[in-house]
Design a protein around this ligand. Structure first.
Ligand code: ADP
Length: 762
């Protein structure tokens, strides 16, 4: 028989009672007995056959009968067992047994249940007195854990049972022992998890209707109803509300396999759904919990149901506030730092908010991780899948799962750390992501050193129902699954995403504005430089002319004055050169780029041609290891880049055997990519290398500044110090970067990129 078959057991209509008590079914219209449990003779002194069609007064006396009538008339006894009376032994003639009698009605019959009790006299005990102190303690409990601890302690105090547990059902149906009070000498089961099937569906269903389920003697006999069906209706008795209801064999076997000899189970409900159970076990033989103690426990279970919701909500609120608090700090840090890395690197980090095993952030083209997360490669695969497949398919920008491997098969490889996932994008393109990971449930479950590891003696139904097997089945049932995410956690992730996305959008917006401002002020500056240098040239020409005339015209000039006039002429020539450079520089930014597919080999040839007429001769060899690609760029500006870099390469050299090389490194080349100041992905890197005098590392940044020269005006062919500044400006206009790799005496290599929108390499 499969475990699932428990789901079809007739739990509500077993047709038998636990034999320590007796049950009578009365026709409501005349209160005559239509069914009796077959043990009626032993408990009530009259056999079922004798009792059939007798008036109930033959069992409970005239006074009992009139009390029954008034109860049936006045109290809400429908599906609600109510104490009727205590029946002295003189009534039944069955020795010393004093019986508690409870009654409820269902389907047109009254059901009377007779059970032995410890007390002998009426009036009925005061249940409230029994639970008063417990109620006070429950009220002051601030967490669900404290609350459950009070419940387990006090129910155990009331019942004297060996172990009392609060057992909570998770969203996926599996159970966990949240709190426990036990005899000192028995091992703890606190924190253990059980598969959903351990409590079959009908048993759960019954607990949404009734509050209590006592089993006084797990090995006790059962007594059938006689007749089995109601002779008036031919229907079996609905025993949902009978405390004596016969116990299913599967259940008693399960209990016996755990060594349990008596049990009491109480329902904890929330919004009419079963939230959990108060499960009590006894290991020391049969244990009958009398009616008034059970009533007190039942009352407690109802209070727990009401209060538990409030306590859990309080706890949820505290958790939500904690998460929100952490997320606020993270946002403030992001605003302060101008970036998101602090979400992972800072204190607090993402792991201090939502309860997760690890968190990962994709930002600035890389992963930032904290806690237990998949590897970078695994994250890359997952990130691609999320951005390209999963997130676009989600109704809102958030993906949550407790079974990632079911949706994304490669996740089976990292199920241990990432069976559960909350993913939110933090940028419009869904590439930048925040991921929270939760480990596989089995990794978080307390199973160490537990009593179930001991072999158990299987019962008639085989080893299937042993606790050990329970755990194995539980382990199977939660394979590659994490504990479910709570609604408050999903909400917290969604609101963090919302706030971060707003912030990122704000940043991008601000950057666009700044960029526009900067572009405008650059253009203004260029215009100013152009006008200034153009206008300055006029008076400069005048100074030059006058100085020159003075030198030629004035005959009687002393040597000192002549030297000074020579200096003046030289300075005006130099200043004229500087103004030319400034004019040139200002024009570089003047017009928009004219992007076209340009064969760089042609550009190089043009540049060499341009230089060749003046500087290139036989000694200057320019090597091109492989043909250059065709790229999208501005032809004129690109030629200028090559001209400036090549002319520097030619100029700054002491060797007679000059060598230059022009080439590129493609993104997929096996050739190791050179160090570059910023990350460059998927772009070709171009270079112009020489074997010249080289540049000390401390000057690598300086040389790109306007008019910055490392040598005297006249050494190495002179220059204004604007050449590299112009190169940088031209490269940046193409969205690229330029940098140098060099050291003194070792030659120099200037690298640059041209990532104009279209793909750079064909
Ligand atoms: P310049 O007109 O002086 O050449 P640049 O802006 O082109 O101005 O270069 C700035 C300075 O960087 C130069 O003065 C020189 O000192 C140094 N430099 C540029 N290119 C090279 C090179 N290939 N090898 C060595 N030094 C160089």
């Amino acid at each position: 028989m499969a475990i699932a078959s428990c789901d079809s057991e007739p739990v509500q209509t077993p047709g038998c009672v636990q034999a320590h008590g007796a049950l009578l079914v009365l026709r409501l219209s005349d209160l005559r007995i239509v069914q009796a449990s077959e043990n009626a003779a032993a408990v009530l002194g009259q056999s079922a056959e004798q009792l059939f069609e007798q008036s109930i007064c033959t069992v409970i006396g005239v006074e009992g009968q009139s009390r029954l009538r008034s109860l049936l008339d006045q109290e809400a006894v429908f599906c609600n067992p109510v104490y009727l009376m205590t029946l002295p032994s003189t009534h039944t003639g069955t020795g010393d047994a004093v019986l508690d009698v409870a009654v409820h009605t269902i389907d047109g019959v009254a059901v009377l249940e007779f059970e032995a009790t410890s007390h002998t006299v009426e009036p009925k005990p005061d249940y409230y007195a029994l639970v008063k102190t417990t109620l006070a303690k429950l009220q002051s409990a601030s967490s669900l854990q404290q609350f459950c601890d009070v419940v387990t302690n006090d129910v155990r105090g009331l019942t004297g049972l060996d172990r009392v547990m609060v057992y909570k059902f998770h969203n996926d149906g599996h159970g966990e022992v949240l709190a426990e009070s036990r005899r000192d000498d028995i091992p703890s089961w606190l924190g253990l998890h059980y598969p959903a099937e351990d409590i079959p569906k009908p048993a759960r269903a019954i607990f949404t209707k009734t509050w209590i389920r006592p089993v006084s003697d797990v090995s006790g006999a059962l007594a059938e109803l006689v007749p089995l069906a109601n002779p008036d209706t031919c229907a079996p008795l609905n025993m949902t509300h009978c405390v004596l209801r016969g116990v299913s064999i599967m259940y008693t076997e399960y209990l016996r396999n755990m060594g349990v000899t008596a049990a009491l189970t109480l329902a904890i409900r929330r919004d009419d759904k079963l939230w959990g159970l108060i499960a009590c076990h006894h290991y020391d033989g049969p244990r009958h919990i009398p009616y008034h103690i059970r009533a007190a426990c039942e009352f407690l279970a109802q209070v727990v149901s009401l209060q538990q919701q409030a306590t859990e909500e309080k706890e949820h609120l505290a958790y939500r506030l904690k998460m929100e608090g952490v997320h606020q700090v993270l946002l403030a840090a992001a605003a302060r730092d101008g970036g998101l890395a602090g979400l992972i690197n800072g204190t607090p980090s993402l792991l201090n908010g939502i309860d997760a095993g690890g968190a990962a952030l994709y930002y600035l083209e890389r992963w930032w991780c904290i806690g237990n997360t998949p590897t970078d490669d695994e994250l890359n695969g997952l990130g691609n899948w999320l951005s390209a497949v999963m997130l676009p398919a989600c109704p809102r920008p958030l993906y949550v799962t407790a079974k990632l491997a079911q949706a994304y098969a490669p996740a089976a490889g990292f199920a241990k750390v990432g069976s559960g996932l909350i993913a939110v994008p933090v940028s419009a393109n869904r590439k930048d992501l925040i991921l929270w990971f939760r480990p596989e449930t089995i990794q978080t479950v307390n199973w160490g050193g537990n009593p179930y590891d001991k072999p158990t003696v299987p019962g008639a139904n085989g080893p299937r129902l042993t606790p050990r097997r329970s755990f194995e089945r539980f382990a199977e049932s939660v394979l590659q699954q994490s504990l479910p995410w709570r609604l408050v956690e999903i909400d917290a992730a969604a609101s963090l995403r919302f706030m971060l996305a707003e912030w990122v959008a704000g940043q991008t917006g601000r950057r666009t504005v700044l960029h526009a401002d900067l572009a405008r002020s650059n253009a203004d500056l260029d215009a100013f430089v152009y006008v200034a240098s153009h206008d300055l040239k006029e008076p400069l020409r005048g100074i030059y002319r006058y100085a020159h005339q003075l030198l030629e015209d004035v005959v009687s000039i002393d040597d000192e004055s002549r030297r000074k006039l020579d200096g003046l002429v030289r300075l005006t020539v130099r200043m004229d050169g500087l103004l030319d450079s400034m004019l040139h520089f200002s024009r570089v930014g003047g017009t928009d780029l004219l992007l076209e597919q340009v064969d760089l080999n042609e550009i190089l040839a043009e540049a060499l041609d341009f230089l060749g007429s003046r500087t290139i001769d036989k000694e200057h060899a320019v090597a091109v290891p492989r043909p250059l690609p065709t790229v999208l760029c501005d032809r004129i500006r690109c030629r200028q880049i090559f001209v400036n870099l090549l002319s520097n390469g030619l100029k700054y050299s002491d060797t007679a055997n000059q060598r230059l090389e022009v080439g590129y490194i493609a993104p997929n080349d096996s050739h190791p990519r050179p160090h570059c100041p910023q990350k460059i992905l998927g772009q070709a890197i171009f270079y112009v290398a020489d074997n010249g005098i080289g540049i000390q590392a401390k000057h690598h940044q300086q040389i790109f500044k306007l008019f910055k020269r490392l040598h005297g005006h006249d050494s190495y062919g002179g220059g204004s110090g604007a050449g590299l500044t112009i190169v940088r400006k031209l490269v940046e206009q193409h969205g690229g970067q330029v940098w140098v790799d060099s050291s003194a005496g070792q030659g120099s290599t200037f690298y640059f990129t041209l990532p104009s929108k279209a793909s750079p390499i064909q």
